[in-house]
Design a protein around this ligand. Structure first.
Ligand code: NAD
Length: 309
């Protein structure tokens, strides 16, 4: 039976480090969270961000815009926050309504206030291994591996999914010349012809597809580590809704060494990292620049100290 890699302790370690940083530097981090339209899943995420902010001592200003908001209105909203020195970070809740150009909105965010790495300048920095905010979900995958001390260096990591928010940035982050990365990476997608051949060679398989329970036992190698990024709403025969991942947990848990659950896995780590980016932006506004190595040290070295007898 695979070891369960739950997200709760990972998120708790991140939040504990953030609370210490906020107190030690007397920070008053402030985020503008922009939501457009009333997507039920978005509503859940938005409330989660607001309640996490309150617990961490970060102010979250929620700007709820109607589904028929124009691109110009959205751009105005972003521009206003860019110019407001009391706002340290901007988060755009996806999906945006049809007709809005996501890339245009992302590009309009001041790169210093870009909490989910939507600005192309910040995405480019990932390739260069230059300091900057990192996208929350890929970072959640890295932090989960680090927390559970799963070695990545030299391992073959296969990612299914090539989106700009998960698959592509995560692949680049795993390639970094850093001890917590240094992986050999393969990225698969909807046009990959020999998917099973590729995924069966993965030491670590990461699914970010958006298809319920797509990864079955026959796609995975014995004793691999499985990270499930997918969050899919499904309705059973009785009409009851629940959430499942992109990995068929029941069939894969007997073959894998370790697996993240859905819900309660990567998704529960993601929001804590949104606040890491906010705290990073708030510190930078005070002239204190911390990079990802600093943060990982603060989060995970403290954690190690706690468990060392
Ligand atoms: P997306 O739709 O932008 O990308 C999906 C990717 O899956 C595409 O690159 C596509 O090529 C690939 N794909 C689709 N069908 C495939 C197939 N049959 N074989 C191989 N590859 C296939 O999705 P996204 O925004 O990257 O999100 C993916 C999943 O992750 C969704 O379930 C989403 O809800 C979830 N998600 C979770 C978090 C989190 O915090 N855990 C954050 C963002 C997204």
């Amino acid at each position: 039976m695979a070891k369960l890699l739950t997200g709760k302790p990972v998120a708790a370690a991140v939040k504990a480090a953030l609370k210490d940083l906020i107190a030690a530097n007397s920070l008053q981090p402030r985020m503008l969270l922009i939501q457009a339209g009333a997507d039920p899943a978005s509503e859940f995420y938005v409330q989660n961000i607001v309640s996490n902010g309150a617990k961490l001592g970060c102010e979250v200003i929620l700007r709820s815009l109607p589904a028929d908001v124009s691109q110009a209105q959205l751009l105005d909203c972003v521009e206003g926050a860019n110019l407001d020195p009391s706002v340290h970070g901007i988060m755009i809740q996806k999906p945006l309504p049809a007709g809005i150009d996501d890339n245009l909105i992302g590009s309009a965010i001041d790169p210093r206030k870009d909490l989910d790495c939507l600005n192309p300048q910040n995405l480019g920095k990932i390739i260069l291994e230059a300091p900057g905010p990192l996208p929350c979900t890929p970072l959640a995958a890295l932090c989960t591996l680090k927390y559970y001390q799963i070695p990545i260096q030299g391992r073959h990591v296969v990612i299914i999914g090539r989106s700009s928010i998960v698959g592509k940035p995560l692949a680049n982050m795993l390639l970094w010349k850093k001890p917590f990365a240094n992986a050999s990476v393969t990225v698969c997608h909807s046009r990959s012809q020999n998917l099973a051949e590729l995924t069966q060679t993965a030491d670590i398989l990461i699914a970010a597809i958006g298809k319920p329970e797509f990864v079955k036992q026959d796609l995975i190698k014995e004793n691999c580590v499985l990270l499930d990024v997918g969050i899919n709403a499904v309705v059973d025969a009785q009409g009851k809704q629940s959430y499942v991942g992109d990995i068929d947990f029941n069939s894969c848990q007997d073959k894998a060494l370790a697996i993240t659950p859905v819900p309660g896995g990567i998704g529960s780590v993601t929001t804590s990292l949104l606040f890491l980016n906010l705290v990073q932006a708030c510190l930078a506004a005070q002239g204190v620049n911390k990079n990802i190595d600093d943060f990982l040290g603060l989060i995970f070295d403290a954690e190690k100290k706690e468990i060392t007898p």
